[in-house]
Design a protein around this ligand. Structure first.
Ligand code: 3PG
Length: 322
């Protein structure tokens, strides 16, 4: 195998880089800004990206030597996959590597909202010293997640991981996914041999909406919002909504209206319309728990992603015919 030149444009875990270099490849990790890619990318055989770098048709057309595009992560909406494949360029992603991390972030947001941590974390530094009792009173109507019903829209790997954690927390799980009839969720208890297996059959969104206390979204990027004022209105007063999938799956204006009216108690958002410049109305809203698209940004997920990508790239070039 000849050494390939690989541009890693949005970073890779050191383990992934090590594996690629150990296989003899030349790995360049200096970021090339999007508008300089047409000049730089033709010097490479492969590019590794996360969601920040966009690989669109016009860029592909300018890189006749490009043989492989690797997406460290799940969503492929930043890559014109079909077009790349038509041109004989292989496209890989890592659909499983970050499921635990994304699912855990869902519960970070859910617990934040359930106990108003997103608000008290903003106010304690300012008022905690002179208005402790006032804040205690303001944030004393929390809820327990145990016993609540969570609706999981999109029951692939991440959705199923959300279900596993929810079951462990004593929640009732309702799942929605037109592509999946049912899934078996396995809960292992580390340090013991006990395993709990729970079968969950999916249902349609319409029937699930009125029953949930928390709705969490785990579907790929959509052209139009899946959750609008119509769907929000069908849910219970006081519902919590979480989106750690893609901005725009929930209509942000409709969400703000539902938060302002009190129909939705709180929202947890890791993804936004217009990233990397989300709207100020969303960022400033007191009922939204915010994070800057960090679902997959844990050491473990990134190590898994880096190693899985390295393996796919190495295997591809070992057996590559193109
Ligand atoms: C994904 O699709 O894998 C996640 O949204 C994470 O994207 P990121 O790697 O760009 O943070």
């Amino acid at each position: 195998m000849s050494a390939k030149r690989i541009l890693v444009n949005d970073g890779i875990h050191p383990e992934g880089r090590k594996a690629l270099e150990a296989a003899g490849h030349i790995v360049v990790t200096e970021k090339v800004e999007q508008d300089h890619l047409p000049a730089e990318l033709p010097n490479f055989d492969a590019i590794v990206v996360r969601s920040a770098t966009k690989i669109r048709q016009d860029l592909i057309d300018q890189c006749p030597n490009l043989k492989l595009i690797a997406r460290g992560g799940v969503g492929l909406d930043n890559i014109d996959v079909e077009y790349a494949e038509e041109k004989g360029i292989a496209v890989y992603n890592t659909p499983a590597a970050s499921s635990h991390s994304v699912a855990e972030l869902v519960f970070a947001h859910a617990l934040n909202i359930a106990r108003f941590l997103h608000q008290s974390n903003r106010e304690m530094p300012v008022e905690g010293n002179n208005n402790f009792k006032g804040l205690k009173k303001a944030y004393s109507a929390g809820i327990e997640l145990c016993g609540k019903t969570i609706g999981i829209v999109g029951f692939g790997r991440i959705g199923q991981e959300v279900a596993r954690i929810a079951l462990g927390m004593g929640m009732r799980v309702l799942a929605v996914d037109p592509m999946i009839d049912k899934a078996q969720i396995t809960i292992e208890t580390p340090g013991t041999t006990q395993i709990l297996e729970v079968d969950i059959e999916t249902r349609d969104l319409e029937s699930v909406l009125p029953e949930v206390d928390i709705l969490t979204l785990h579907v790929p990027s959509q052209k139009t919002a899946l959750i609008t004022s119509r769907e929000l209105a069908r849910m219970k007063q006081g519902v919590i909504v979480i989106n750690a999938s893609r901005g725009g799956i929930i209509d942000e204006n409709d969400l703000i209206a539902a938060l302002d009216s009190g129909h939705v108690a709180g929202a947890g958002l890791d993804v936004f319309v217009g990233e990397p410049e989300p709207s100020q109305r969303i960022l400033q809203h007191p009922k939204i728990s915010l994070s800057p698209h960090i679902g997959a940004s844990t050491d473990r997920a990134q190590a898994n992603i880096g190693l899985e990508l390295a393996e796919k790239i190495i295997n591809h070039f070992n057996g590559a015919t193109r």
